[in-house]
Design a protein around this ligand. Structure first.
Ligand code: UDP
Length: 409
């Protein structure tokens, strides 16, 4: 039994109605030779953050295609998640002061999980740095192991990367969300875009009444512009920067800002960052800081749909699934030109990119005074997501990888 709650299945014909019969036929053709062969996904959190979001939707779709895919989550204590969060920040380029104990904690936790998790599926996909050392448990004679990295590795801290590199190099393949994240590795590297499920509770169409009720519940005024960032309270998402940009815009437009986020079980910094955000908000009634439960897809969907503009002012970003979610909803997006964001936000075509608080404010002001351009960007954004960042394409890519890996063996 997998330990994670998998979302409900959505029949393939619902996807066919939205995406065309051909798209689904391709999925069926690729799935046929893989039926009955085991696939295991392992990551470090069951809820919160983009990886859990994707796996939560990938599994029901795989089940619809009769694939034997399961998902397990590694477990660790606070010491492990403190270490992996500092690895995460360091891999995104933050300073890191190595303590040999960190590496011991990391290795010991991976070893405990090696004893606990099933590592004998034909295809093992290990997500992100936290469980990377599980490769030490690869059975003799071998099954197929691939490492899926969701974070921006373009400027990693050398100490942390040199430590991880030794594990990653022993996988059969590595997958990254942007070409810039690839590393000098002796194994094949593939570009894998993250993806959203257009029919999930997070992204499907919503009744206007539900959206209105959600706004009323959080005391957000539906009659004035709403600027929204949905993100875990993480410094790399720069929620404080969002408030600073809002303050500049507020001099010209009577708008509101919504910062909504839950937490992820593998992120120990959330509570501290939330306090920093509340301090910065300083009681302004037009700054809505909303602490969401870790699993609140309908609320996120409603807040995104109610927004005039969606912001993603990250300082670093693996991909930023929230951007695709907003674009799918035809929202104009103002986002930082970091990590995987520019593949989603093509500047002046599917949204606007910015590089600073002032730049973010400038782009927001531009969109608020040009609603017709904002609407066009949203339309283009929806099309771009439909063509490139949907869960069906993602599963196709996985199935192609499985077939390629099993051919090579
Ligand atoms: N999310 C959510 N509730 C929150 C904050 C985020 O459901 O309170 C979702 C968000 O809608 C998206 C994912 O978590 O699906 C975040 O993925 P992203 O790639 O944007 O960032 P990550 O958290 O993985 O760095």
């Amino acid at each position: 039994m997998s330990e994670v709650a998998i979302a409900t299945r959505i029949p393939l014909h619902d996807y066919a109605a939205l995406l065309g019969e051909e798209e689904i036929d391709e999925l069926r053709v690729l799935a046929k030779p893989l039926r009955g062969r085991s696939i295991e996904m392992i990551n470090s959190t069951a809820v919160g953050g983009g990886v859990a979001e994707i796996l939560n939707r990938l599994l029901p779709l795989a089940e619809e295609l009769e694939l034997d895919m399961r998902w397990d989550v590694m477990t660790g204590g606070d010491d492990f998640y403190n270490v992996t969060k500092s690895f995460h920040n360091a891999l995104h380029g933050a300073p890191y002061h190595p303590d040999p104990k960190d590496f011991e904690i990391f290795l010991a936790c991976n070893e405990r999980n090696r004893a606990r998790l099933p590592l004998d599926a034909e295809f093992m996909i290990i997500h992100d740095p936290q469980p990377a050392a599980l490769i030490d448990g690869r059975p003799n004679g071998g099954n197929h192991w691939a490492w899926r990295c969701h974070i921006d590795l373009s400027h990693p801290n050398g100490v942390v990367w040199n430590f991880l590199d030794k594990f990653v190099a022993r996988y059969e393949a590595a997958m990254f969300s942007s070409p810039e994240f690839s590393r000098n590795l002796p194994i094949p590297q593939y570009l894998f875009y993250p993806a959203i499920d257009p029919l999930s509770e997070k992204n499907r169409d919503l009744d206007a009444n539900f959206i209105a009720q959600t706004l009323a519940h959080y005391r957000i005024d539906p009659h004035r512009p709403i600027l929204t960032q949905i993100s875990r309270f993480d410094r790399l998402k720069d929620p404080v920067g969002v408030i600073r940009a809002y303050r500049i815009v507020k001099r010209y437009f009577d708008c509101q800002v919504v910062l909504a986020g839950g937490s992820a079980s593998d992120d120990p910094e959330g509570a501290v960052v939330l306090q920093e955000v509340l301090r910065e908000a300083d009681g302004d009634p037009d700054i809505h800081v909303i602490e969401l439960p870790a699993w609140a897809p309908l609320e996120v969907n409603a807040l995104q749909r109610a927004s005039t503009i969606v912001i993603q002012k990250s300082l670093r970003e693996g991909f930023g699934l929230t951007v695709s979610e907003a674009l799918w909803k035809k929202k104009p997006v103002v986002a930082s030109a970091v990590g995987g964001i520019p593949v989603q936000v093509i500047h002046k075509h599917t949204g606007l990119l910015a590089h600073s608080v002032e730049g973010t404010a400038y782009q927001i002001r531009f969109l608020l005074s040009h609603p017709e351009i904002a609407a066009k960007l949203g339309e283009h954004g929806h099309k771009h997501v439909k063509e490139n960042f949907l869960i069906t394409q993602k599963l196709k890519r996985y199935m192609t990888l499985f077939l390629a890996m099993s051919r090579g063996s």
